[in-house]
Write a protein that binds this ligand. Structure first.
Ligand SMILES: O=C(CO)[C@H](O)[C@H](O)COP(=O)(O)O
Ligand SMILES: [Co+2]
Length: 217
């Protein structure tokens, strides 16, 4: 069964604690926090203050997706705030290896993220050192977009590289995930599913977390 990472991007910010408790109780192992800087992506979302505020009210793995240009500048701020896992985009820095090293040396799990237009080939040199790979299944920047099915092939390739080299990283998908789109990704080897609008735009977010899990039984 896939692990579920609800993205608070689509939660009710005024009732954030209530929404987080709902998905945690429903069995969501991760909480996905989308940090957007208005440069790497057009939108601006929230920063380390949110991670610090959420840390004491959730036992979930706090999964920080940094959509930030030159993320090295902020890694320590986010680990100090309580992030368990930090994802940095291959496209956001000329120093992806250094950025991943920084995450690990600050005590968090390190994730490399690739946009839909980036190949698996480009991240091969850092696969030996990561805890998780995030395959974007939409172009980053906004919630509520449509899943790009062509990305499933990248999951297959990563899964094969895992087997061939004895790597243990998780494979996460993010963007347009629901109880239907998750199926092919799970079959291809995805182990963590981010879902924002599908979970939080629903009347009952707990039901939606369970529906994703049921679809991958
Ligand atoms: O990284 C993201 C956007 O850049 C979000 O995590 C993602 O889009 C989740 O939203 P949805 O499930 O509604 O597509
Ligand atoms: Co995200």
């Amino acid at each position: 069964m896939i692990k579920v990472a609800p993205s608070i991007l689509s939660a009710d910010y005024v009732n954030l604690e209530r929404d987080i408790k709902k998905v945690e109780k429903a069995g969501a192992e991760y909480l996905h926090i989308d940090v957007m800087d208005g440069m790497f992506v057009p939108s601006i979302s929230y920063g380390p203050g949110w991670v610090k505020a959420i840390r004491p009210i959730s036992n979930q793995t706090l999964d920080v997706h940094m959509m930030v240009q030159n993320p090295e500048r902020y890694i320590k701020t986010f680990t100090d705030a309580g992030a368990d896992l930090i994802g940095v985009h291959f496209e956001a820095t000329p120093h992806i290896h250094r950025a991943l090293q920084m995450i690990k040396s600050n005590g968090a799990k390190a994730e490399v993220v690739i946009n839909p237009g980036t190949s698996v080939e480009s991240i091969k040199p850092v696969l030996y050192m990561v805890d998780q790979v995030l395959v974007m299944t939409v172009n980053p920047g906004f919630g509520g977009q449509k899943f790009i099915p062509e990305m499933v092939n990248k999951i297959k390739m990563l899964n094969q590289l895992k087997r061939e080299n004895g790597y243990h990283f998780d494979i996460e998908i993010d963007g347009g995930v629901n109880n239907e789109t998750v199926k092919s990704a799970y079959q291809a080897g995805a182990t963590v599913a981010v879902a924002g609008s599908y979970v939080f735009d629903a009347k009952d977010p707990a039901d939606r977390v369970k529906a994703i899990k049921r679809a991958t039984k």
